[in-house]
Design a protein around this ligand. Structure first.
Ligand code: GLY
Length: 402
């Protein structure tokens, strides 16, 4: 392992060297850095705003069961493994940071508003049962007994007691603190390009020209991971940005509890979910738009979310709307993450988590720390190696930035 030459916090001119350099300080980059530091590695994270990005927008559903999709059965195993680790992960992170991360074991209810929605939910239920998952069919009346604010027209639903939530803003704040306490250096600059020497990744050049050297580099820059300069074309992860617009409302004390668990539905083909926090915040999401790196909040996006939320919960129009935002999910070709070594020695990926970045934080941190320490991904993560996309590798130039 490389001994650090300095513990730069990002000032130009200092050349620092680490065992591991993580590019990207979102949830995935931070959890990777924290877990690697816990295993004795000297770690830095390069990000102009650690803890920013998609985590500031995400609702934080831990929806392994309610977000099950046909064709994503391999991902289901990883999602369930991560969901199972959440209580211990949240407790350990709270202890390490001194901050509560807003983990709430509230369960979820997916409801149907019309016959088409009900047919869709019935199919989802059948798929869940085939996988031995805990999901219970309820009549509309039973749904409303659980959540009295639901519209009278709700035709039925699925109660999933194991899908919980965490507050991604608190989670990232806690991860930043835990990283700092574990000795991770936060380099508050953007990575401009990957550098390589002797045909392996050797660090990055920052946007101020500073070089940071590392024995291993982890590219964990979310939807931006596919466009870092210097990464050979065939190694660049095939991730793309998928925009999600999200609203935050506040439930005044007089209306509490507006909802007691996450409620979701498919309305006119669009997914809507409402995630109630204990502090009175109600997060409403999310659009899914392939718009490149655009994070504009649009009137149309806000309108659609409010229209669909209103059909589900008519009382929502009484609540103060306190915030709107848009984030970018890192979509991958099979909707599953890319974790572990690439064809370029020394360069790992931890990206492409798409809809499940918050959910997959515990299992990703564990998997990345293991592969960084031992060179081997643990069993549950092996199916998610970047090499599954099998692109041909061209030779890496020697002693040159690649
Ligand atoms: N998992 C929720 C979303 O991606 O909107």
């Amino acid at each position: 392992m490389h001994a650090p030459e300095s513990r730069s916090s990002g000032s130009a001119g200092a050349r620092a060297s680490y065992d591991v350099l993580v590019i990207g300080g979102g949830i995935i980059g931070l959890v990777t850095a924290w877990r690697a530091a816990q295993r004795g590695m000297r770690v830095a994270v390069a990000d102009p705003e650690p803890g920013g990005g998609a985590a500031q927008v995400a609702a934080g559903m831990l929806a392994a069961v309610t977000e099950l999709h046909y064709g994503e059965e391999a991902l289901l195993g990883l999602n369930l493994a991560s969901a199972a680790r959440y209580p211990a992960f949240a407790a350990e992170l709270a202890e390490a940071s001194g901050q509560d991360v807003g983990y709430r074991a509230c369960g979820a209810l997916a409801v149907a508003l019309d016959a088409d929605d009900r047919a869709h939910l019935r199919e989802l239920h059948a798929l869940q049962l085939r996988h031995g998952l805990d999901a219970q069919w309820l009549t509309g009346r039973e749904c409303r007994r659980l959540e009295p604010m639901l519209a009278p027209g709700v035709r039925g639903g699925l109660r999933v007691n194991g899908d919980h939530q965490v507050d991604p803003r608190r989670l990232t704040a806690a991860l930043v603190t835990a990283c700092e306490r574990a000795g991770v250096t936060l380099v508050r600059r953007a990575a401009a390009r990957l550098s390589a020497a002797r045909a392996r990744a050797s660090g990055v050049v920052l946007d101020d020209g500073t070089e940071v050297a590392a024995g291993q580099v982890v590219l964990a820059a979310g939807s931006g991971s596919g466009r870092l300069a210097g990464v050979p074309e065939e190694v660049l992860p095939p991730v793309r940005p998928v925009k999600g617009q999200v609203l935050r409302l506040r439930v005044p004390a007089a209306y509490a509890p507006f909802l007691s668990r996450t409620v979701r539905a498919v309305v006119r083909g669009g997914h809507i979910y409402l995630v109630p926090r204990e502090n009175g915040e109600l997060v409403v999401g999310a659009t899914s738009e392939e718009m490149g790196w655009d994070t504009t909040v649009t009137a149309g996006g806000v309108y659609e979310l409010l229209r669909d939320a209103h059909e589900l919960l008519p009382g929502i129009t009484e609540l103060p709307l306190v915030e709107t935002g848009a984030g970018l999910r890192p979509g991958s070709p099979d909707n599953a993450p890319l974790m572990g070594p690439t064809a370029l020695p020394g360069l790992h990926l931890a990206t492409g988590h798409y809809r499940n970045g918050v959910l997959l934080a515990p299992v990703t941190g564990d998997a990345m720390a293991e592969v960084l320490a031992t060179g081997e991904l643990p069993g549950e993560a092996r199916a998610f190696s970047p090499r599954r996309f099998g692109r041909p590798v061209s030779p890496v130039p020697q002693e040159q930035p690649v």
